[in-house]
Design a protein around this ligand. Structure first.
Ligand code: ADP
Ligand code: MG
Ligand code: ZN
Length: 475
């Protein structure tokens, strides 16, 4: 069995104004306020291409290693739906702006990009019931009409649902880094249709396309669901019809939307109201020079020049605010390797624990540095450091205040520790016997006991030494 997956991705470009008129590009505005004769398709209104759209599309295409075409053009994709007052969408069907790109996954596998084209978004419908077929009435907000999109079409180069998810995440990280899109799937600024088919030795299933996927997790889930479903149909010796299905995030399943036969015939033809799009070599070169460092390049730099592990480097380089935070911490004199571990294992864990996006103000570099210094100079234990950091995260207090206020300084004074060590030994005669019979691995148990009694404040190295001394002396 071989699974074949290809993605078609739409992303909204964060330009100031819409693609072909001067309306503001703002989907959050009061409904039907950012509209004009052009984006609502009034007779006689003419589109004018927003040059910022071209700029962003080139930036994206170059970041995805595509070839930019010096000449491309626009076409009309015709269909009727209430969210499309013009009756057609302006897109680039016959001659897209860019082709032949790629994104490399972290395991080195190359996912080729077939094409990238510019198009415009349609409006947004609101139905009085959950589904359009049950709805007695529907409303439409045309603010989204004419918002610029780029569509990115991959070759069917992915074989696993995880790969599709990784591709989408990497794509989002790139789009954010080059500042052309928020890449936010949850609000529809990044949308993906996943195509999947399965081949065994004798035959291949038809291609099924899953639409309406609105999170990275669901890209993977929808494909897993579909692979299982198609495999089952094939096992039963039945045919898999070529169809478009929708992902229902409530039932975590896909449902048939339409069959191949019911596909629209879009009657594409060249857009007569827009000139051919000409992009000079100079412009492409200029944009190429202005591109910021992309996540993978940054990760490689962290790995090669700063000695950060590959996994940490990839995580830190994904997001601009995070990589800036890391770089600033290193610039303030902290060791890169140590800092990378602290950020990835401790700082990010806190943000993940309550699903908030990273924000450098929650744990300032000053505070990170203080906590790392306390730990590195053995003034507090790693365990206590975690606690202090969680407190900084929660309350924004200064680590010094927390350490002093809660009396958290590590006890490394042997005289202070010896009584606790003796207590733990006295309380566990069975374990002492085990130790004496040669099972030295129980040392850790005693250290744990002391750490518990001192609420993590004891210096575990010294505790270990003391326990060993006391037990060995008794021999
Ligand atoms: P269409 O324009 O009819 O949607 P395309 O050939 O342009 O068809 O392909 C659309 C998407 O389907 C692409 O992302 C491509 O990678 C993917 N795709 C093509 N063939 C297959 C296949 N056999 N299995 C899975 N995905 C496929
Ligand atoms: Mg398609
Ligand atoms: Zn408009």
């Amino acid at each position: 069995m071989k699974t074949v997956i290809g993605l078609e991705i739409h992303t909204q470009l964060s330009t100031e104004t819409k693609a072909f008129c001067s309306c503001k590009n703002d989907v959050y505005a009061e409904v039907n306020t950012n509209i004009c004769p052009v984006c609502t398709g009034q007779p006689g209104a003419l589109p004018i291409l927003n040059d910022q759209v071209v700029e962003y599309a080139i930036r994206a295409a170059l970041s995805l290693e595509c070839e930019i075409h010096e000449i491309s053009s626009f076409d009309r994709k015709n269909y009727f739906y209430p969210d499309l007052p013009k009756g057609y969408q302006i897109t680039q069907y016959f001659h897209p702006i860019a082709t032949n790109g790629h994104v490399d996954l972290n395991n080195g596998k190359r996912i080729r990009i077939q094409r990238i084209h510019i198009e415009e978004d349609a409006g947004k419908m609101f139905h009085s019931s959950e589904t359009i077929t049950e709805a007695r009435s529907s409303l439409v907000d045309l603010n989204r009409c004419g918002i610029p999109l780029i569509e990115i079409v991959t070759e069917p180069d992915m074989e696993k649902p995880e790969e599709a998810r990784e591709f989408m995440e990497k794509l989002r990280d790139i789009l954010r880094t080059i500042e052309v899109s928020t890449g936010n799937m949850e609000v529809g600024a990044l949308r993906c249709d996943a195509n999947v088919s399965i081949r065994d030795k004798e035959r291949s299933s038809s291609r099924v396309e899953v639409k309406n996927i609105n999170s990275f997790k669901f890209v993977q889930r929808a494909l897993e669901y579909e692979i299982e479903r198609i495999t089952e149909v094939m096992k039963n010796g039945e045919n898999v019809p070529q169809e478009t299905r929708g992902w229902d995030s409530l039932t975590k399943s896909t449902v048939s939307m339409r069959s191949k036969e019911a596909e629209n015939d879009y009657r594409y033809f060249p857009e007569p109201d827009l000139p051919i799009l000409v992009i000079s070599k100079e412009r492409i070169d200029r944009i190429k020079k202005e591109l910021p460092e992309l996540p993978d390049e940054k990760a490689e730099k962290y790995e090669k020049t700063l000695g950060v592990t590959r996994d940490n480097a990839k995580i830190l380089a994904k997001d601009k605010t995070l990589s800036k935070y890391f770089e600033n911490a290193v610039a303030s004199g902290l060791s890169a390797k140590d800092t990378s571990n602290w950020i990835v294992n401790e700082v990010l864990a806190l943000f993940n624990s309550d699903s908030t996006e990273f924000n450098h103000e929650r744990i300032s570099i000053d505070n990170l540095k203080k906590i790392m210094d306390y730990t590195n100079s053995s003034k507090i234990s790693r365990l206590v450091a975690k606690e202090v950091m969680a407190e900084v995260y929660k309350s924004g207090k200064d680590p010094d205040t927390i350490v002093r206020g809660k009396n958290l300084l590590q006890v490394s004074n042997e005289n202070e520790l010896i009584s606790v060590v003796k207590e733990v030994i006295a309380e566990n005669p069975d374990t002492v016997a085990k130790y004496k019979s040669g099972k030295t691995s129980v040392l850790g148990f005693f250290v744990g006991g002391v750490m518990k009694k001192t609420k993590g404040k004891a210096d575990p190295k010294i505790v270990g030494k003391l326990i060993k001394q006391l037990l060995d002396d008794e021999n």
